[in-house]
Design a protein around this ligand. Structure first.
Ligand code: PMP
Length: 396
């Protein structure tokens, strides 16, 4: 018999801390209305910010490409898994982001780990925002370079760190839009600092691509910055673009270096070509249907003004990510369950995904929500908070 006691102890500890994570089973496509674990729910927790995950044109593009190219790519990009569809998508992304080239990765997690570990090594320094996504942190740790974290969105803290450590190549890494807080990095200031210190700057704009910028090019374009300011740009497809995978965009030498040195690019099967075709279709919709960004903004404003009228404490976020910090992990879970009992799905995000004491309801809005659905969310939040207060005082 295998001795699993070490793992059973860890699991028991997690259970005891009320931090056990559970998966929900979705029985429909991602959209405003879903069926999850057999329950009909309004969906306020997906990253399908523009409502493209189930768009008929995106689905049709995938189906047509699957007819022609099959399902599996059959090999890694460097063997013979790189199809014309991958190539077309890379060219479209380079044009979209105004960069010389773009390179596809199978997931955003792999792109982030791949870029950081390929670009820096022992003797270099990686400087990351404290609230950066786990994949960026993991890339930094794996790279073998010295690794330091500066205070969240704090340019003074970053400056201090840049001055303290001056050895080797410095790489500054930040989320564009922070995944759990929804706020935007001070990209203009960070880009200026990077230039001043001759450091490389990498922005992971997983949550900005599609939603921000004049044509959905993301937080970097929204700030009026170019490839000269942000030489390493990462975007993902699993959020506003509604598909799966990721890209890195930048200069020729950057992309060629990633092809040669990024292990999560080299040693993995290329994404299915049909996913590239679907992403090409959704990229077109991102560029041509600006009403989706406008509708998303309307929903964000409606939610924020309604929530503040209810006296709910919102974060300083202007994006689709509108968290309500509850603090205690168990309380966040209870609120999430109460919302579910009223037909609204909002997941509770707890440590270690967010810092201890900052468990939250991570509410996400989408262009696919109607005004009436956002009102329903607000009413349910009001009810859930009332119920929660009543049961908490009974407990006290
Ligand atoms: N970066 C950020 C900021 C993210 O939020 C995520 C996913 N939640 C990723 C990268 C990883 O992307 P993917 O899901 O494509 O692996």
């Amino acid at each position: 018999m295998t001795d699993w006691s070490r793992l059973t102890n860890r699991l028991a500890q997690r259970q005891q801390q009320q931090l056990m994570r559970q998966r929900n089973t979705l029985e429909t496509a991602q959209s405003a209305k879903i069926i999850c674990n057999g329950e009909k729910l309004l969906n306020f927790c997906s990253n399908d910010y523009l409502g493209l995950a189930n768009h008929p044109k995106v689905v049709a593009a995938l189906q047509q490409a699957a007819e022609k190219y099959g399902v599996g790519s059959g090999a890694s990009h460097l063997v013979n898994g790189h199809s014309t569809l991958h190539h077309q998508l890379e060219e479209a992304l380079a044009e979209f982001t105004g960069r010389q080239r773009a390179l596809l990765f199978s997931t955003g997690y792999m792109a982030n780990v791949g870029v950081i570990s390929a670009l820096v090594e022992k003797g270099d320094l990686v400087l990351q925002d404290k609230l950066n996504h786990a994949s960026l942190i993991d890339g930094g740790l794996l790279s073998g370079a010295r690794f330091t974290r500066y205070l969240h969105n704090d340019v003074a803290s970053l400056t201090k760190k840049l001055q303290q450590h001056q050895a080797g190549q410095q790489l500054i890494v930040t989320d564009g839009v922070f995944s759990m807080d929804g706020d935007i990095a001070p990209l203009t200031e960070i880009a200026a600092l990077a230039k001043q210190h001759n450091a490389w700057l990498m922005v992971d704009d997983a949550h900005g691509i599609g939603c921000l910028g004049p044509n959905g090019e993301g937080a970097v374009a929204e700030a009026g910055l170019s490839t000269d300011d942000v030489p390493i740009l990462v975007g993902t497809f699993g959020k506003a673009l509604g598909t799966a995978g990721a890209f890195v965009a930048g200069d020729e030498v950057l992309i060629e270096s990633l092809i040669q040195f990024a292990r999560p690019y080299i040693y993995t099967t290329a994404m299915p070509p049909a996913i590239a075709a679907a992403t090409l279709a959704s990229l077109k919709l991102v560029q041509t249907e600006s009403w989706r960004r406008e509708k998303l903004q309307q929903n964000i404003s409606q939610f924020r003004s309604g929530a503040s009228q209810l006296g709910l404490q919102l974060m300083e976020s202007t994006t689709a990510i509108q968290p309500i910090v509850v603090g205690d992990a168990e309380a966040a879970l209870k609120l999430s369950q109460q919302l579910k009992s009223q037909g609204v799905m909002v997941t509770a995000i707890r440590p270690p995904t967010v810092p201890a004491g900052t468990a939250r309801l991570r509410i996400t809005l989408s262009a696919s929500h109607s005004e009436q659905q956002v009102n329903q969310l607000l009413e349910s939040l009001e009810q859930a908070c009332k119920q929660f207060k009543a049961t908490s005082s009974q407990l006290n």
